[in-house]
Write a protein that binds this ligand. Structure first.
Ligand code: FES
Ligand code: FE2
Length: 372
């Protein structure tokens, strides 16, 4: 299992950086060609090799709390539908009716069956085709062969993983820590389309070099500028953003809860999933390319029901705080996207403070070049 710093050693590393005014440094810089953010053929390769051929978290398990719960969204350019079955298993299907291809569900919710809106073909929670209105009009079809088409799905670490290209066995799920613990509750799911390439957006989550400049009145007053612990596990990374209130944990062995209240972790699960931890909240973000210049960001906000509602005022402040920071990031990434067309840069230069981004591009390049 992935080796990441535990509470005590993580706190020690952070205090060392605070005292020395330093941050974790990457071991190399990286020049990424700007054309890689604009090329349709490059995006198609990224989706094929980086997304569809890999096991990637599709949604948190808690987004499917009971039989009939479902999540429909696109992943790697494919419309998919995850459903919790009556047997408790999560299954994932290609979200296209077997008659003429309309989607049989959208968004999230709970249903006892999935009726296609176009002509009403209806599927069970296990994907099987149950009813065809006026069935005598289809003497040629064998209903048993016309269920929704499944993709490989497996649950681990609080996620429903999907692999679109068979056969990737369950054993090949990425080695990631238990990020979404049992007992979490899904609070909200929201979706926004952002006018930026998916990689520009991904990059904005995994460096703390922009905190003072971009988040002057939001994150910067409570966090440090350019002070991060950056760790790698497989193709993934974890960037730790300490809060200034971590000072009160100096000279003591912090408990897990104390550490959680004193920092944000952003886990980047290669290539397009971010898990961000906040006091009282854990968030899963899925970034899906709509085109080279548009990305759909789906955000699943979860909380521990035991602490939920204890301090509504503080919870609202926490949500507003994160939303304000997100809006600032959005402005910047959309401005980068406009800048791509300026012709000013042939390459984007990532420096030693941007090690997690370098790791991301290195791994993406390795995959596109055929490495596993
Ligand atoms: S396309 Fe679904 S019932 Fe016709
Ligand atoms: Fe940011």
């Amino acid at each position: 299992m992935a080796e990441l710093l535990g509470g005590h050693s993580l706190a020690a590393r952070i205090f060392e950086h605070i005292d020395n005014k330093t941050t974790d440094l990457g071991d190399a810089c990286w020049s990424e060609p700007v054309k890689n953010y604009r090329s349709e053929s490059r995006l198609e390769e990224e989706l094929e090799r980086g997304f569809r051929q890999r096991a990637i978290p599709f949604c948190p398990s808690v987004a499917l709390p009971e039989p009939g719960s479902y999540v429909a969204r696109e992943a790697g350019g494919t419309p998919l539908l995850a459903i919790r079955g009556r047997d408790g298993n999560a299954r994932v299907f290609r979200n296209a009716c077997r008659h003429r291809g309309a989607q049989v569900a959208s968004g999230t919710g709970r249903q006892s069956a999935f009726a296609c809106r176009y002509h009403g073909w209806t599927y069970g929670l296990d994907g099987s085709l149950k009813t065809v209105p006026h069935e005598h009009g289809f003497p040629q079809i064998i209903k048993e062969k016309c269920g929704l088409v499944p993709v490989n799905a497996a649950e681990q670490g609080g996620f429903v993983f999907v692999t679109q290209m068979p056969p990737e066995p369950v054993a090949d799920l990425p080695d990631i820590p238990e990020l979404l613990r049992d007992g979490l509750q899904l609070l909200t799911v929201n979706e926004q389309v952002i006018n930026a390439n998916w990689k520009v957006l991904a990059e904005s989550f995994i460096e703390g070099y922009h905190i003072r400049s971009t988040h002057r009145d939001t994150f910067y007053p409570v966090q440090y500028d350019n002070l991060n612990v950056v760790e790698y596990f497989g193709r993934n990374s974890r960037v730790t953003y300490p809060f200034r209130n971590i000072e009160k944990l100096r000279n003591k062995v912090p408990t897990k809860a104390e550490m959680e209240g004193a920092l944000t972790h952003v886990y980047h699960l290669f290539p397009n999933i971010m898990i961000a931890t906040f006091p009282h909240r854990i968030v899963m973000v899925a970034l899906e390319a709509v085109s080279v210049s548009k990305t759909r960001q789906t955000t699943y906000v979860m909380s521990d029901p035991q602490t939920l509602g204890q301090d509504p005022e503080r919870e609202k402040q926490a949500t507003d705080f994160v939303d304000a920071g997100n809006a600032e990031d959005r402005e910047v990434v959309e401005s980068i996207q406009r800048g791509l067309k300026s012709g000013a840069n042939e390459f984007f230069e990532f420096g030693l403070f941007e090690g997690a981004i370098v790791h991301f591009h290195k791994n993406l390049q390795a995959i596109l070049e055929g490495g596993e």
